[in-house]
Design a protein around this ligand. Structure first.
Ligand code: HEM
Length: 431
């Protein structure tokens, strides 16, 4: 600790640290259970990805003829090249998870309201960039898994009315996934997105500083948190979390190889053919709803609600307190349980209807408009029930809506990833 602070004080490291952090922070924000270090973990993963990405680009060949072979030789070669690929792959996936968990912590500790509203929006932008980075990186090995996962998602984009097919065509660089798709994805993955991510991340950090550090518990009149200096108090904690994460990623990557299937074959899709795991929720939705509703209307509505959340929920949840307290925690648990149950029941019932030969999957009324209307009615009814019949506040009722929407998406993703077998058959017990 003394060594670190001494070195930092004398050098530019201290200046750098104090550019990203304020000099002093409230001691109560050092509590690990407030943030679980998820923002810091995400930063560390971004750094690991940047370093391993640069190292990989030494041997990767961004051409159809050489991409797969270069990845195979990386995986089998010496010089730790397989290990570096594994670290890059697992870190990218872990980053999606850590950023999503960070979003949840920001939400559940009420850290997206006053003074932080725009940082919530910037955070959503970051999440979009992470999805885009993972998605474009997915194609680069040019194996069966990556080729078909990208094919499926570009076909999904094609369902967006008006702009969809043009956008898919633009990303593909033509009618088929081929040379220009690979070079476009490679350029976006290695130049455009890292640049955008760096700029948006700096803006994210600046907004955290501007808000005076991370959220604090709502103060009572007689409580005021003691202020402590960032060096060493916060820096020691950040270094400890960073080193533990590094050790975990390095070990995990040494034990588990990143997947690599056979060379991409545009003439034969694997069975089942699945999108990347973080897009499986959408693919699963597409199996139950009309494509325009599954790919466009429902996600757009969800995204819109996420964007305006700080403005509709800027009220009474006590900040810096998970779920706003005991009452909110119980509500969250009940809504979570109920949503898991309802989602799996609906999935099974829908599967039975489809296996009974009903040919309505493409009907925009029964598979689109009616489910959409029912969803909206359920959300509004739930809101009124919680605020009028029960004693929940507006913020708690909005939190319940958020919990149910996120839970449904998680259940759909889990179903798509783990419970869809050959022919995309549902593999639930009893189905
Ligand atoms: C690459 C992805 C991201 C990185 C590296 C990142 C990094 C960080 C860090 C280091 C902090 C401060 C410490 C902490 O809260 O753990 C933070 C706070 C914050 N982040 Fe992120 N973040 C990312 C994505 C997101 C996302 C997806 C959202 C939400 C949509 C978000 C919204 C916020 C907000 C509102 C704060 C302020 C929280 C507070 O004041 O307590 N961030 N972020």
């Amino acid at each position: 600790m003394t060594l670190l602070s001494g070195r930092a004080r004398s050098g530019s490291l201290r200046g750098f640290i104090l550019h990203i952090h304020p000099a002093k922070i409230a001691s109560e924000t050092l509590r690990f259970s407030l943030t679980f270090g998820l923002g810091g973990i995400s930063v560390m993963l971004v750094i690991i990805l940047a370093i391993t990405g640069i190292l990989q680009s030494i041997s990767y060949v961004p051409e159809i003829g050489g991409a797969y072979t270069s990845v195979v030789s990386m995986q089998q070669g010496g010089n730790f090249s397989g290990w570096i690929r594994n670290i890059h792959y697992w870190s990218g996936n872990l980053l999606i998870i850590s950023a999503a968990l960070h979003l949840l912590r920001v939400f559940f500790t009420g850290a997206f309201s006053t003074g932080r509203k725009w940082n919530w929006v910037v955070g959503l932008g970051l999440l979009f960039l992470l999805f885009a980075a993972n998605f474009t990186g997915y194609l680069l090995p040019w194996d069966q898994l990556s080729y078909w996962a990208v094919t499926i998602f570009l076909n999904m984009i094609g369902y967006i009315p008006v702009v969809g097919s043009g956008l898919a065509q633009l990303l593909r660089g033509g009618d088929e996934i081929g040379t220009s798709t690979l070079s476009t994805f490679h350029a976006i993955h290695t130049a455009v997105l890292p640049f955008c991510l760096a700029i948006v991340l700096l803006f994210h950090f600046w907004l955290i500083r501007k808000a005076g550090g991370v959220v604090q518990r709502s103060k009572t009149s007689d409580s005021s948190s003691e202020m402590v200096s960032v060096i060493p108090h916060l820096i020691v904690r950040e270094t400890a979390v960073g080193l533990c994460l590094l050790a975990f990623v390095l070990l995990f990557a040494a034990l588990f190889d990143a997947p690599l299937a056979e060379h991409a074959n545009p003439g034969m899709s694997p069975n089942p053919a699945k999108a990347a795991w973080f897009l499986m929720g959408l693919q699963e939705l597409l199996m139950h709803l009309h494509p325009v509703y599954a790919i466009c209307i429902f996600p757009a509505l969800g995204l819109f609600c996420l964007l305006v959340l700080p403005w509709i929920n800027n009220s009474s949840l006590p900040k810096g307190n998970w779920f706003g307290g005991k009452k909110g925690r119980q509500l969250t648990l009940r809504v979570f349980g109920g949503s898991v149950f309802m989602t799996f029941v609906l999935l099974v019932v829908d599967e039975k209807i489809k296996s009974a030969g009903e040919a309505i999957a493409t009907d925009a009324v029964t598979r689109g408009f009616i489910p959409l209307s029912i969803t909206i009615v359920l959300f509004i009814a739930g809101y009124y029930l919680l605020t009028r019949q029960f004693t929940y506040s507006r913020a708690e009722a909005v939190m319940a809506g958020f919990v149910s929407a996120i839970t449904v998406m998680i259940c759909l993703t889990v179903t798509g990833v783990f419970f869809r077998g050959p022919g995309m058959m549902l593999l639930f017990p009893l189905v």
